[in-house]
Design a protein around this ligand. Structure first.
Ligand code: MN
Ligand code: MN
Length: 301
């Protein structure tokens, strides 16, 4: 039934265990006024210490920023006072990806919005099973959030994961929507409700800022430093997302800027824009990765 053999499933489980332990340590680590880069680097080094590799840069998305912010090189930003901080982390073991997130809420005003995301995730986990319609999962998430007086972000979704793939093709909506998709037993999915205030628009938009990148296609480039940087990306991250700060030492420091710019210009590398809630309202998130069974699921993270 499962598309993954026993060995692959064990790697998914190990990936999830490393991620779960790292996440729990991060809950106690994140503080107001802490440099964001310190949070990113701590999460990524915990993952490596435990024998995994980061499947993507640790995302630290604050207040109205819903997702996709990681520290650029030499980031000077700090976690503001009373911030709502989404920490989103991923691990891979031999390519088998797990993905999790929690919200550190330093503003008591939003603590029920933080728990709304957790409750929606729990409700989805408790009802999910093989052959369940993705629209039904979206409905359960939406209802749970609305019953608590909040609004789901309608254009952010969960997703199937695969080997060296964060988004393996199937989306799991956070709202009721017409679709004929179903989750399949034996496959692995990340479920991630995002929640905002009832008077918010409830959608995200791209901001002009880009801090996370991915290899699209290895193009023929002439400049030897550009070529060297491209090879470094291929060898180290394949098609998984990476942060610019992960490229340190790949080429001489004074060559990095031009080489990286050229890879973006020739579209060998693409960027993921930072997502911001359209009405600039704060956003919370919770996420787990699940192995779907005929009659339920196994939470990997
Ligand atoms: Mn995630
Ligand atoms: Mn995810």
């Amino acid at each position: 039934m499962s598309q993954y053999d026993k060995e692959a499933l064990e790697k998914f489980r190990l990936s999830g265990k490393i991620l779960r332990e790292s996440r729990e340590e991060m809950r106690n680590f994140v503080r107001e006024d802490m440099p964001i880069i310190q949070v990113c680097e701590k999460a990524e080094s915990l993952i490596r210490e435990k024998g995994g590799k980061p499947a993507f840069p640790c995302n630290v998305s604050i207040n109205e920023v819903a997702a996709h912010y990681t520290s650029p090189p030499n980031d000077k930003r700090k976690i503001p006072e009373k911030a709502v901080v989404k920490v989103d982390m991923g691990v891979h073991v031999d390519g088998y990806v797990t993905d999790t997130a929690f919200t550190a809420c330093f503003n008591p005003e939003y603590s029920s919005m933080q728990s709304a995301a957790e409750h929606a995730l729990t409700a989805a986990i408790e009802s999910i099973h093989g052959d369940m319609a993705t629209s039904q999962i979206g409905l359960i998430i939406e209802r749970t959030i609305k019953n608590r007086g909040f609004k789901p972000i309608s254009n952010l979704t969960g997703h199937s994961v695969g080997r060296y793939l964060i988004h393996a093709g199937t989306s799991i909506p956070n709202v009721m929507q017409l679709s004929f998709g179903k989750v399949k037993a034996g496959e692995v999915y990340a479920i991630e409700p995002f929640v905002t205030l009832p008077d918010a628009v409830g959608r995200v938009d791209n901001s002009p800022e880009v801090t996370i990148f991915r290899l699209v296609k290895a193009k023929a480039v002439k400049n030897p430093y550009t070529k060297q940087l491209l090879k470094y990306i291929e060898d180290n991250f394949r098609t998984l997302p990476f942060a610019e700060r992960w490229l340190k030492g790949a080429v001489p420091e004074d060559r990095h800027r031009d080489a990286f710019k050229e890879l973006l210009r020739c579209k060998a590398v693409m960027g993921y824009p930072v997502f911001v809630e359209v009405s600039r309202k704060p956003v919370t998130q919770a996420e787990h990765t699940l192995l779907i069974k005929e009659d339920g699921c196994e939470v990997l993270t």
